[in-house]
Design a protein around this ligand. Structure first.
Ligand SMILES: NC(=O)c1ccc[n+]([C@@H]2O[C@H](COP(=O)([O-])OP(=O)(O)OC[C@H]3O[C@@H](n4cnc5c(N)ncnc54)[C@H](OP(=O)(O)O)[C@@H]3O)[C@@H](O)[C@H]2O)c1
Length: 328
């Protein structure tokens, strides 16, 4: 089978190779063999390849943390999935390969009628958006939140999930051409990042107090979000897209009592109860199947074209996600 592998950390397009590996060996009684149908390239995969992510695999390794697959075979004890079922791949299992053997208990069966490319992106960005809105500060209908990188996958899910809860979003982007598309997708306000961001956000919200800012970028962008929140407000940093340390002015931290904290989905996976995880995923699957949660896709590539796919995924100004898909 084709699989992507890397043997050292470095420039993603240099270290990632498509190689030929043996298919997974005989199945254990509790395992299922899956054909990977689609698996996205996320910013965290790029950081893993460069050696900058929060957890790193032992090398050589296959990158990829989520996706959708079809069950090809099951072990003798498996009852929860059947051959032909479409399932979410277990998170963090090196999904950029054509076949995976996985413990069947970790598989979430999905409706076969749903859009597989969208489903392939269900396990990481949608729960991130959901939990950023649920777990950082208590929000009620009518409240405003501000987020940057609002045209990202997480950003687009956050707009939809906030709308469902009656929470209003101010969305910060870095080019004017995104204003109309994001408004059409349900954003209450869209502003282009820049020095007077706080002033323009205040205009867009009629000076409503904003208790939560959601930061995927770091650096000066964090500082500008800190100026947008009300005294006592919170910035949840969940991404490092600028590669810069988060900056917040002492005036905001001290005199306006703004708090900066981090959010990491991996931590939630290890600390949330199975019941909470099932409830969150149950809700997200429904919302993705009914089309409420969708994000734009710019291109798909076969595993063999991994270098082109990575170069594309790392390009600024994309109009959507890049996914690796099974060759047809
Ligand atoms: N903490 C967690 O648990 C967690 C979970 C999921 C995702 N994340 C993080 O969430 C962020 C978004 O992920 P995603 O998959 O939703 O992204 P994505 O769909 O691949 O989109 C990438 C986004 O990043 C923006 N961007 C890239 N470089 C930038 C820079 N230097 N300055 C400002 N904006 C920049 C792009 O803007 P343009 O369109 O203008 O290029 C685009 O909006 C990433 O940092 C990812 O690591 C964190």
């Amino acid at each position: 089978m084709h699989a992507v592998q890397f043997k050292s950390f470095g420039s993603p397009t240099e270290v990632a190779e498509c190689v030929e590996l043996a298919d997974p060996g005989p199945l254990a009684a509790d395992q299922a063999l899956l054909a990977v149908e689609a698996t996205p390239i996320n910013p965290s995969d790029v950081l893993t390849l460069t050696g900058q992510y929060g957890t790193l695999p032992r090398l050589p390794a296959t990158p990829g943390n989520e996706g959708v697959g079809r069950v090809l075979a099951v072990g003798s004890d498996v009852k929860n999935v059947r051959v032909g079922d479409v399932v979410l791949l277990p998170v963090g299992t090196g999904t950029w390969r054509e076949k995976i053997a996985a413990p069947a208990a970790r598989l979430i069966p999905l409706p076969t009628s749903a859009d597989k490319l969208q489903l392939a992106m269900l396990a990481i960005n949608p729960p991130t958006a959901y939990l950023l809105l649920r777990d950082v500060v208590e929000l009620k209908p009518g409240d405003w939140v501000v987020q940057n990188a609002a045209n990202s996958g997480v950003g687009s899910y956050l707009i939809a999930l906030a709308k469902l809860r009656g929470i209003r979003t101010v969305n910060v982007v870095r080019r004017e051409s995104l204003v109309e598309p994001l408004r059409a997708a349900g954003a209450d306000a869209v502003v282009v990042d820049g020095d007077d961001l706080a002033k323009r956000v205040a205009q867009a919200t009629a000076k409503a107090p904003i208790r939560l800012a959601i930061d995927a970028i770091g650096g000066e962008s964090t500082m500008r979000l800190a100026q947008c929140v009300a005294p006592g407000g919170t910035i949840a940093n969940y991404g490092a897209l600028s590669g810069q340390a988060c900056r917040v002015a002492p005036q905001d931290l001290i005199f306006r009592q703004v708090t900066l904290r981090g959010f990491w989905l991996t931590k939630w996976f290890t600390s949330a109860t199975p019941a909470d995880q099932q409830a969150v995923f149950g809700e997200l699957v429904k919302l993705m199947v009914d089309g409420t949660l969708r994000t734009r896709i710019e291109a798909t590539y076969p595993f063999a074209k991994i270098k082109e796919a990575l170069a594309h995924a790392m390009r600024p100004g994309r109009d959507g996600k890049i996914l690796l898909v099974a060759a047809t």
